[in-house]
Design a protein around this ligand. Structure first.
Ligand code: MN
Ligand code: MN
Length: 280
């Protein structure tokens, strides 16, 4: 008799244990590959059910480490861009200014490029601002992808829109963290030979939380939200206008866009935080 007789039951147990270990490793690796950094930007919800499939031409989901967006192949601009900002994103790096086409769009799609807005009279307006991604040069550079841009009237982009961006970063420096959605809405013509739609207005919705953990579960009815709708025309908005004068409810932004913002929050919380107009 040998000392180590063949034992089918033991073999099977070993096999199952090995398979289990392999599955655990695969799960860990795939979580790393899909980017634990990108998931946070959509923690509060995907406003239009955008999907990461080229078949979704009007709402193509793009998950970057720095922000997430729903891209519309027909308008050449994002439907919305979403991002999370806390103090870990803010640093000292300089503005990289490397506006460029997004090479991760599906192969056959036209790629809006650094010169597409030239001589149009409209700025290449960041949705996720360069100033919100100053921790590393790489993260800052990613905000210059043209999929993060819409044509913005200079008075809008460089005026109250920029002032609200600055105000948001001040909140972060004061110990807050933010979940932000923004985009353009409506149409007032096109640039780049009809390939890029010029929105009639711009909108933004911001959820303000004290910096902390477990963000989805600690949003209360009392949470502060800031929403604005601004005209995207130099004739209708002044560079020195106060961003506060453009405040509206998130409900009105949802009615305007057809999106459901902050959709992963309980309905009762959404009802409470989306009906108020910020007055601070
Ligand atoms: Mn801007
Ligand atoms: Mn909502």
């Amino acid at each position: 008799m040998g000392n180590f007789p063949y034992h089918p039951v033991m073999d099977k147990t070993k096999m199952i244990l090995r398979l289990f270990a392999a599955l655990c490793l695969a799960a860990v690796l795939s979580a790393q590959n899909t980017g634990s950094r990108s998931a946070v930007h959509l923690l509060m919800g995907n406003p239009d059910g955008a999907e990461p499939s080229a078949a979704a031409q009007r709402k193509y989901l793009m998950m970057k480490e720095q922000f997430a967006l729903s891209y519309d192949r027909m308008t050449g601009i994002p439907n919305w861009v979403a991002w999370h900002t806390d103090s870990s994103w803010l640093g000292e790096v300089r503005r990289s200014n490397d506006f460029r086409a997004d090479s991760t769009l599906p192969e056959q799609w036209y790629r809006v490029h650094e010169a597409s807005y030239r001589r149009s009279g409209y700025d290449r307006g960041h949705m996720c601002p360069s100033g919100d991604r100053t921790n590393t040069q790489y993260d800052n550079s990613m905000t210059f992808l043209m999929t993060n841009m819409i044509p913005q009237a200079p008075n809008n982009n460089q005026g109250p829109w920029a002032q609200l961006e600055i105000y948001c970063r001040e909140l972060v420096q004061q110990g807050k963290e933010l979940y932000i959605y923004c985009g353009g809405n409506g149409e007032q013509g096109f640039l780049d030979s009809g390939r890029v739609q010029i929105p009639l207005r711009t909108w933004k919705a911001v959820l303000v939380l004290d910096a902390g953990e477990d963000d989805l579960r600690r949003v209360t009815d009392a949470a502060r939200t800031i929403a604005v709708v601004m005209p995207n025309s130099n004739a209708l908005i002044g560079k020195n206008d106060d961003w506060r004068s453009f405040r509206v409810t998130i409900d009105s932004v949802e009615a305007l866009t057809g999106f459901d913002l902050f959709s992963r929050l309980p309905h009762s919380v959404q009802t409470a935080i989306e009906r108020r107009t910020d007055a601070e």
